[in-house]
Design a protein around this ligand. Structure first.
Ligand code: TZP
Length: 215
């Protein structure tokens, strides 16, 4: 059975922006209060042990709020800590292998940056796609070329699965991204670097109800 997924405001945690594991826990607690609907632990520079320690600290916070915790790329960590699933990129463990290892009931998300990658997504394997970067981002130095809002809208017309937009999204452009067809927005700096992560999350959530004309 596939899990019901709410992608509306998807927090992707960055340990540098949050201030380590303690900082990530503080940001997560506040952001959950503000209404984030999904949380992902993403720490490309970390050693395995740090992933496990952080995931174990974050899981009770997410469980308490009934919000799934996903692990970026590290399927073994997700299994070890009993997380809710993983998000994999195009260069990571193939989504089909992640699904085989995790079984039918956990969440598997996959990144796609262009029409060919989106068309290749197997809807029998993957629960949602993360599409981006929609806008320029300083958070991921090796991000794929920027898609832009118009290009993102075209990809949304092609999607066969729920899709979350990522890359450079914040309060100034979130409504336009939702209006372009996103089922949700995934943000790093807009919440992790916010002075008040609770207020930042609540503001983004409120924008999911605003109808805006894509420009
Ligand atoms: N994948 C594509 S862009 C990106 C990731 C992980 C970083 C997004 O960070 P921000 O701070 O929300 O622009």
């Amino acid at each position: 059975m596939r899990r019901e997924l709410d992608l509306t405001v998807y927090l992707v945690l960055d340990p540098d922006l949050c201030g380590g594991i303690d900082g990530m826990c503080r940001v997560t607690e506040s952001a959950l209060e503000g209404g984030v609907t999904l949380v992902q632990l993403r720490a490309p520079q970390w050693k395995k042990r740090q992933w496990v320690d952080a995931a174990r600290a974050l899981l009770p916070l997410c469980r308490c709020a009934n919000v799934p915790l996903l692990i970026n790329d590290q399927v073994d960590v997700a299994l070890a800590v009993d997380a809710d699933g993983v998000h994999v990129g195009q260069q990571d463990l193939p989504a089909a292998e992640a699904r085989r290892l995790l079984g039918p009931s956990r969440i598997v998300g996959l990144s796609a940056s262009n029409a060919a990658q989106l068309a290749a997504v197997d809807a029998g394997v993957v629960d949602y796609v993360g599409v981006g970067p929609v806008y320029p981002t300083g958070t991921k130095p090796d991000a794929s070329p920027v898609i832009g809002l118009a290009g993102f809208g075209e990809l949304m017309r092609q999607k066969t699965l729920p899709a979350v937009a990522i890359g450079g999204i914040g309060p100034a452009n979130a409504a336009a991204v939702y209006a372009a067809g996103a089922d949700g927005i995934a943000v790093v700096s807009a919440i992790c670097a916010a002075a008040d992560p609770r207020a930042a999350a609540a503001a983004l959530r409120a924008l999911s109800h605003v109808s805006a004309t894509p420009s």
